[in-house]
Structure formats: C-alpha cells, structure tokens
Ligand binder design. Structure first.
Ligand SMILES: C[S@@+](CC[C@H](N)C(=O)[O-])C[C@H]1O[C@@H](n2cnc3c(N)ncnc32)[C@H](O)[C@@H]1O
Length: 238
C-alpha cells in the first residue's frame, strides 16, 4: 500500500470487511475515470469546462457513460434534457442516439449554450439536438401543448434543485410508459441525510426523494454514482 493515503487504505479495508457501499476516495475516483470510455470530444469539452465557473455542475464521465448506456438499452429515439450547462451530458446522450434520434435540450443560460453548441458541431451531432433556450418548465409545457405527451423515451433532469418536483412531473407526462426519467443530485453532496441541514435546495431534494419513493406511477432505483441519481421507469400514464 506504499503511496496510498490513510483514507484510501481505510476505504479498502472497510470494503474488505464486507460493507456494501464503497467510499469514493481521490485514488479510487482516478481509477474509475481511467476505466471510462470517453469520446475524445467529450474529453475536450470536460477539459474546457474545468476552467469555467460552475464546472462542478457537470456530470462525471462515469455518470455520462451510464446515461448513454440507458439510452442505448432503451433503444431511445426521443430524449429530453433539463439543464444543459456546457453540454457534457447532452453530448453523451446525443452520441448514444441513432442518426434518426432527437434530443430536446433545455437551458436558460445563453453563454453555456454557446459552448455546448460548439461541441455538438465538433462531434457531428448538432443535427440531433433541438436546443430550447428558455426556462425549462416553459419549454416542457410547450412540448405538452404541441401534443407530445407520452412520446419520449428518456429524460435527464439536472437543473434548479428548488423545482425538482415540477421538473419530475413535467417529464413524467412527456415520457411514454416504459420510458426513463433520470434525476441527478438526489444525494446532494450528502446533505439530504443530515437532519441539521435545512436550506431550500436540500429540503426540495429530500421532499422529491420521499415523494418518488411512494409514487406508484414509477419503478425507481437510487444509484450512488456522482452526486447520486435516481432512475425512474414510468409504469402507467399519469
Ligand atoms: C447542474 S447544471 C447541468 C449540468 C449538465 N447536465 C452537464 O452535465 O454538464 C444545471 C444547468 O441548469 C440550468 N438551469 C437551472 N435552472 C434552469 C431552468 N429553470 N431552466 C433552464 N435551465 C436551468 C443552469 O443554467 C445550469 O446550466
């Protein structure tokens, strides 16, 4: 164990003792990253984003890989993303879609979208992405107004944490039975589990987690990857 920190060693020992959840250490994170297949344009985008304000908002390469895998398993053609930032997760989804696939990408910040669009072009997937520069709730409501309820295969929600219930309910209407909605940041840096933390965002995510646990319209799986993701599979039309 030469060169390993005490924390790294403790994490490995705890795992050996049979704990079901492995703590993520910097060493283990680097190992995980080294074992992710990352498209070269995704890597370039991640490197550019790293120097930008808010770079911690970007999903990890392992999360993006999981999203792409879910899209492929679903055989998804029609996808939605709520919260694009500089485009890392949307680019991963677009790369996983077939040529005929479409992704509606919702983002309110124009400067983030400029970066995202540059990389969509660079990766040759811009034609698959319909960028909606507006508040996501307005964009999603207008899809519903256009008669697109129950017509999407997959939605990824990674925006305003204070609105998580609404940003789940709207995609739930847009996704077909059998389709997936993936909600990001459901562990919120561990704050959701700390009863002493009671800021608005933490309370909103806690409320969402409680509500979706009891929601009979979906099957769920809470996955401790990145900052935590809940994968929801729609069971019935709402
Ligand atoms: C966590 S970041 C998204 C990260 C992105 N999925 C990625 O992997 O790079 C959240 C983004 O949602 C956008 N956002 C927040 N609230 C929004 C809203 N109500 N409508 C549209 N975009 C919103 C923010 O501008 C920000 O770029």
């Amino acid at each position: 164990m030469l060169g390993h920190t005490a924390t790294d060693i403790r994490a490995v020992e705890e795992a050996r003792r049979g704990r079901k959840q492995l703590g993520m250490t910097p060493l283990l994170y680097d190992y995980l990253l080294a074992n992710v297949r990352e498209h070269p344009v995704l890597r370039e985008l991640r490197e550019e984003t790293a120097s930008m304000r808010g770079s911690q908002m970007q999903v990890s390469p392992a999360q993006a890989q999981l999203l792409a895998m879910l899209v492929q398993i679903q055989g998804a053609q029609r996808c939605i993303e709520v919260g694009v930032f500089t485009g890392y997760s949307s680019l991963a989804v677009a790369l996983a879609l077939p040529e005929s696939g479409r992704l509606v990408a919702c983002e309110r910040d124009e400067r983030c979208l400029e970066v995202a669009k540059k990389y969509y072009q660079r990766a040759g997937v811009a034609h698959k992405i319909d960028v909606k520069h507006a508040l996501a709730a307005d964009s999603l409501r207008s899809l519903l107004d256009c008669g697109e309820a129950s017509s999407y295969d997959f939605a990824f929600v990674d925006a305003d944490k204070r609105m998580y219930e609404e940003y789940f309910e709207l995609p739930l209407k847009l996704v077909r039975v059998g389709g997936l909605i993936v909600m990001d940041n459901i562990l919120w840096y561990g704050r959701v589990a700390d009863p002493l933390v009671d800021d608005q965002k933490t309370i909103s995510i806690r409320n969402f987690n409680k509500k979706v646990l009891e929601d009979k319209h979906v099957d769920i799986s809470m996955v401790p990857i990145g900052d935590g993701m809940t994968i929801c599979r729609k069971l019935v039309d709402t």
